[in-house]
Design a protein around this ligand. Structure first.
Ligand code: C2E
Ligand code: CA
Ligand code: CA
Ligand code: CA
Length: 276
C-alpha cells in the first residue's frame, strides 16, 4: 500500500544518502592523506627466518565510523570511479615507503601492491609504474603487483598488453587468491606470472579437510612445474606452517608470523626476527 511504498522510498533514500556520504568521505581521505598502507611480512627459508617481501594492504579510518574494511571500501572505490586514483595512490605510497627503507638500509626485498582488475584496464598503468620507480630511484624487482584471476579471465587484448608491458619493465606479477576464482588453468602458462598466492581458505582448512590438503598439494605442484613461487597466505597455526613447509611451499604469510603492520612497527618486528 501507500504507507509501505513511502517506507520503502525513505529506506532507499537513507541507504543512498549513506552511500553517497561514504563515497565522499573516501574521496576526501584519498586526497587528504586519510588512507594508509600496512605491510604484512612474507617469510621463507630455514625456520622461516628470512624475509621474502611484504604485502601492502590499504587501511582507512573513517573520522566518525572508525576503521572501514578494505573488503568494503575497495568495491566502493571500484563502483564510484575512484579505483584508478586509489591504485595510483597505493603504488606511489608503497614506492615512497620502499625508497625510505632502501635509504635507511632496512632490508625489505620487495613490496607487493594489490591492484583491482580495473587498474589493469588502464593502459597508462605501465607508464605510471615506470615513472614511480624512476622518481623514487627503485629497481623494478623491488616491486610486485598482485592481481586476481578475474583480471586474466575477462581480459581483452589491451589488458594482456598492459600485463606484458608491466612484465617487460621487470616488475613481478603475482596471481592472488589462486584457486578460488575461475578454474581455467589454460591462461597460466600464457601469462608472465612470477608468483601464485595459495588462497587462505585452503590454508585454513588444512587441519580438517582432505580436499584442502589435496588442492594445496596440487597448487604446489603446479607452481613447481611452471617455476612459479608459491606464497601461502592466511597461515595462522604451526600445524598449517608445518604442512606447507613439509610439502616444499617456499613462502608463507599470515598471523602466525605477523599481522599487517604500520611501517614503523615492521622495523622492530624485523630486527627481532633476524636476531632470533
Ligand atoms: P587479499 O589481497 O587476499 O589480502 C589478504 C587478506 O587477508 C588481508 O585482509 C589480510 O589482512 C588478511 N590476512 C593476512 N593474514 C591473515 C591470516 O593469517 N588470517 C586471516 N584470517 N586473514 C589474514 P584485508 O587487509 O582486510 O584486505 C582484504 C582485501 O582487500 C585484500 O584481500 C585485497 O583483495 C583488498 N585490498 C586491500 N588493500 C588493497 C589495495 O590497496 N588495493 C586493492 N585493489 N585491493 C586491496
Ligand atoms: Ca593480495
Ligand atoms: Ca589473497
Ligand atoms: Ca582476497
Amino acid at each position: 500500500g501507500r504507507g509501505c511504498l513511502r517506507f520503502f522510498n525513505d529506506d532507499m533514500n537513507r541507504i543512498t544518502q549513506e552511500r553517497v556520504a561514504l563515497e565522499d568521505a573516501l574521496r576526501h581521505a584519498l586526497r587528504d592523506g586519510g588512507l594508509h598502507l600496512h605491510y604484512q611480512p612474507q617469510v621463507s627459508g630455514a625456520g622461516c627466518r628470512s624475509l621474502y617481501g611484504v604485502e601492502a594492504l590499504a587501511r582507512w579510518t573513517h573520522p566518525r565510523l572508525g576503521p572501514v574494511s578494505p573488503a568494503q571500501f575497495i568495491p566502493l572505490a571500484e563502483e564510484c570511479g575512484l579505483i584508478d586514483e586509489l591504485g595510483h595512490w597505493a603504488l606511489a605510497e608503497a614506492c615512497r615507503q620502499m625508497a625510505d627503507w632502501r635509504r635507511r638500509g632496512v632490508a625489505v626485498p620487495q613490496v607487493a601492491v594489490n591492484l583491482s582488475a580495473r587498474n589493469f584496464q588502464n593502459p597508462a598503468l605501465p607508464t605510471l609504474v615506470a615513472d614511480l620507480l624512476r622518481s623514487h630511484g627503485l629497481q623494478p624487482s623491488d616491486l610486485a603487483l598482485e592481481m586476481t584471476e578475474s583480471v586474466v579471465m575477462d581480459s581483452g587484448r589491451s589488458v594482456l598488453a598492459t600485463i606484458e608491458a608491466v612484465h617487460a619493465l621487470g616488475v613481478k606479477l603475482s596471481l592472488d587468491d589462486f584457486g578460488t576464482g575461475y578454474s581455467s588453468l589454460g591462461y597460466l602458462h600464457r601469462l608472465p606470472i612470477h608468483e601464485l598466492k595459495l588462497d587462505k581458505s585452503f590454508v585454513q582448512d588444512l587441519a580438517n579437510s582432505a580436499a584442502a590438503q589435496a588442492l594445496t598439494n596440487t597448487v604446489l605442484r603446479i607452481g613447481d612445474g611452471l617455476r612459479l613461487v608459491v606464497v601461502a597466505e592466511g597461515v595462522e597455526t604451526q600445524l598449517q606452517a608445518d604442512f606447507l613447509i613439509a610439502r616444499g611451499c617456499p613462502v608463507l604469510q599470515g598471523y602466525l608470523f605477523a599481522r599487517p603492520l604500520p611501517a614503523a612497527e615492521l622495523e622492530p618486528w624485523l630486527a627481532a626476527r633476524l636476531a632470533a
